[in-house]
Design a binder for this molecule. Structure first.
Ligand code: ATP
Length: 454
């Protein structure tokens, strides 16, 4: 084991004091039971990567316990999580028995803030067939690290004595951190788990690293092997796989670096993991950037999930049947599946009707029945003329209101009834078309209409 130096002082100085105290308590409890405790993964990577001496803002810490335990059902990691929870009763505990892992979650804790600690029992993953869910068995820390995705994520720091603070770097993670490389641990990694392709891209772009050339070859090999066709062909692909793939897609499409990440995914042909016909050509690239600008302007408070709409633009390239299948396979939300299903129908309806409109009120009546989220998708996919009309409608025309409301009609002495809707509709039409501009004009119009209609 190459010993770099004792990292304990660095961890102590860079973590917020309550988090450091918690790790120490966990280490003491592990030590009492003869177990080893390690901090692994992203927290170690980020600690070694950031050069400033500021406090590291960690919200997510991965711990691994290496130790034998008598109980078959509960691994050492779960046992340790239970012990910590007794000391911190406001932590929420969830246990994934199958993988012998536990998670402790603090939400806006006055001391710890929002913190997520995963505690795993060191283990080897055994893949019974490619792209499947891992089965788990107890093993040593080296094997635990070997099942991880990239060398820079396979570093561990021991928290328990002897040699506490020692960096465990079995696979050259430090060298790759220094030379800024994303390097996979073994040739089959991407065959085993396609989400790692998305993770490779995410880390490369986020950390401004490069994909190590051999790793890039492995990615291309995995994609060319066609293994991911199963995602498309199977009606019910492994739920764990789709959940993780969706999580990675969300991570990427939600990030501020989604554009270079998407370009890199396309460059690697990795969008084929979703469907062999999904491409980032000039048209889809334009549409996805256009819809992002529209969303930024029209939905500044993120009432819609912007990452999902971007994904829908990519999926919308496919025919209706394939679209729906992918949306189901990825377990997208109901409204997303609905949008993808409706888009072609709305597109042709809107196109036909809008081209025959010569008044603003006509355009308004054509577009009014559709939901905002449907219209933006249709808008960015439509030819310029239609696109402009939809943009104008969304930014301006949809906000136009008649100068009078139902309350005003009541105040004018008219008895509430079904007539109200008719009158207000007419009033809106006249307002949209510029025939009525002021409240006074509106009142005159209402009086006239009421007289005419008895
Ligand atoms: P981030 O800062 O983005 O959260 P992270 O490295 O903590 O980065 P997580 O997704 O929280 O990322 O994963 C924690 C650790 O679990 C990783 O560092 C990696 O060692 C391991 N890991 C996560 N996903 C995979 C995967 N698909 N295959 C192998 N190892 C993985």
């Amino acid at each position: 084991i190459p010993v770099i130096s004792c990292l304990l002082p660095a961890i102590r100085d860079r973590l917020a004091a309550p988090i450091w105290k918690l790790l120490q308590l966990a280490a003491t409890e592990a030590q009492k039971r003869g177990w080893h405790l390690y901090v692994v993964g992203g927290a170690v990577r980020d600690l070694l990567l950031t050069e400033t001496q500021d406090i590291l803002l960690v919200q997510d810490i991965d711990l691994v316990v290496d130790g034998f335990h008598n109980s078959v059902e509960v691994g050492a990691g779960v046992e340790l999580a239970l012990i910590i929870q007794k000391m911190f009763p406001n932590a929420r505990l969830s246990v994934h028995g199958e993988f012998q892992t536990a998670a402790l979650l603090w939400h806006k804790d006055p001391e710890l803030g929002s913190l997520w600690i995963d505690i795993a029992t060191s283990r080897t993953e055994f893949y019974p067939y490619p792209a499947a869910n891992p089965e788990v068995e107890a093993s040593s820390i080296r094997q635990d690290l070997y099942r991880r995705d990239f060398t820079i994520n396979a570093l561990a720091v021991r928290l328990t004595p002897p040699r506490e603070g020692e960096l465990l770097d079995f696979f050259g993670g430090m060298i790759d951190l220094r030379s800024r490389q994303i390097r996979v641990l073994h040739a089959n990694s991407f065959i085993e788990d396609p989400t790692r392709i998305y993770r490779a891209v995410r880390f490369a772009v986020r950390l401004n690293f490069e994909l190590e050339p051999q790793t890039e070859d492995y990615i291309r090999y995995a994609i060319d092997s066609g293994i991911y066709e199963r995602l498309r062909l199977e009606n019910h692909p492994t739920p764990a796989l789709t959940t993780r793939l969706k999580a990675e897609l969300k991570y990427i499409l939600d990030s501020h670096y989604w554009q270079p990440a998407l370009k890199l995914l396309a460059h690697l042909d990795a969008l084929h993991c979703l469907h062999s016909e999904i491409v980032l050509d000039e048209s889809s690239w334009w549409q996805i950037r256009c819809i992002s600008r529209w969303l930024q302007y029209l939905d500044p408070y993120n009432q819609l999930e912007h990452w999902l709409i971007r994904l829908e633009i990519l999926i919308a390239q496919l025919n209706e049947e394939e679209r729906t299948k992918i949306a189901h396979n990825l377990n997208l939300p109901k409204e997303s599946i609905e949008r993808l299903k409706l888009i072609t129908k709305i597109e042709s309806e809107v196109k036909d009707k809008l081209l025959n409109c010569d008044r603003l009120s006509h355009i308004f009546r054509v577009l009014h029945p559709y939901k905002f989220s449907n219209l933006i998708l249709v808008g960015v996919r439509s030819p310029k003329k239609i696109r402009r009309l939809i943009w104008q409608y969304l930014t301006k025309w949809s906000k136009i209101q008649a100068p009078l409301t139902g309350d005003d009609l009541k105040a004018m002495g008219y008895k509430p009834g079904p007539k109200y809707k008719q009158v207000l509709d007419q009033l809106l039409t006249k307002t949209l078309d510029g025939d009525i501009k002021t409240r006074e004009e509106a009142e005159v119009f209402v009086k006239q209409m009421m007289i005419e209609q008895g």
